[in-house]
Design a protein. Sequence first.
Lengths: 69, 489
Amino acid sequence: MRWYRWLAVVPAIGMLGGVPFANRVSPYVLGLPFLLFWVTAWVVLTSAIMWLIYALDRARERNAGGDRR
Amino acid sequence: MNPALLLIGACFVVALALGIRARRGHAMTLEQWTVGGRGFGTILVFVLMAGEIYTTFTFLGGSGWAYGKGAPAFYILCYGTLAYAMSYFLLPVVWRYANAHALVSQADFFVHKYGSEALGIIVSVVSVAAMIPYLVLQLKGLGIIVSESSAGAISAAQAVWTGSVVLVIYVVASGVRGSAWTAVLKDIMILGVALMLGIYLPARLHGGFGAMFAQIDRAHPGFLTLPRTGMSPAWFISTVVLTALGFYMWPHTFASCYTARDANVFRRNAVVMPLYQLVLLFVFFTGFAALLEVPGLTGTAVDLSLLRVTDHAFGPWILGVVGAAGLLTALVPGSMLLMSACTILSKNVYAKLVRRHVPEAQVTWLARALVPIVALLSVLLTLRGGSTLVLLLLAAYNVVTQLFPALILSLPHRPIVTRQGAIAGVLAGEATVVALTLTGATMGSLFPSWPPVITDLNVGIVAMVVNVVVLFAVSGLTGRRPTAPQTAP
């Protein structure tokens, strides 16, 4: 079971699902209007989540030995 | 000759030299010409894929939409990011299968998976049809850059002709290795230019990002959020979803994943590439700064905003540097597009339609001979004009996204749908796209009495639904027969 791979749907849900609620100018975060901050934050989080999945996949593949290269 | 044009010309000479140099020492077989002999590692594949993605569209179109439309431009930041997350699972599967069967093009993939030459030809024609507007977009960008840099001395039409000659020379001379090295140069330049403009302009002219955005919000209330109707959150979400699905359906993007040495390359890229998207932020900042500095551009002229504000703030030398970076953002993806379109027409349409066994050398020859012809067609379409860069790309995406259902359903080992279903689905989807485009239909005009949440949706959804319904219906009717002589990947 590679349940953790389902984490990959989190960016889509967070980034897009949040848009109707994040569609506002204030508060400004890091100088960005809130909507722009929201999508930017999700770009960074997407990278982090994909890194986590990659790290877990690698660990698993090392444990499995020669199963997958 | 003014300094800006001088710099742009010098940049082209360097790009051409890199392209020709990269070619030396490699026999130019078709596989070598298009997929670089499958020997690229993480860095080159990364650069190559980034190269296709950071095009004139992001550079001029992204800033143009930030300038002209405001918040709806943020969709450009989202769809690539979600597509990369998807690529983690999609591309290794595609790569393993393509590698095991020595596939060269995207159409080959459909032919092998569904065991249908007819589907291969349909996919080829569809993908070339989608690539033409994308190529037109690059040429239009080239035209804008050259004519703006010459301060109007060279007309946009002359610039488009010059640009396409440049592109043809570049493609015929170098092939994909040329693209990879020029892509390295281009990425360094675009990164430098985007950061320079995106940080300097807001800081110097407006006292920082926050101050700039506050000023825009005062001058143009509602500009920094999505409107309640029209390009509303519903439009935003549906457009991001459709374009994210279409992202890897481009034949040149799909086939460039064949260049990887192993499947892990894609998984590492899926981690890194979203961060690379952040360059777009600075492109947006530039567009927003331009809105305050050089207001008044409307219609298709919004695509000029980045170059105008550069000229306004820095003068001709820096305009030359920015123009040179812009030249590369058109040249690299433009060459990939042109090369893919010609290879597809030669190998996957001509060779399949005309005769059974066309010698390899003849296919290669024809692919090269088609380069100027396809370029000419694109020039003629470019000169007809009329759309902003972003609208051109959205139109092209509607065409190419229709390949997604047939592709994704072909991936499992046991076939889910039949070849007849796949053919019917793609044809029905494309017919719907053509009908919607010709009639200029929107969700609002199709379903006038429905709530805005529905009427604001990207109309491409309709074509996608038609596609999937027909695909499953026809597969149901023709079902149970084995789809393809499935060989284990």
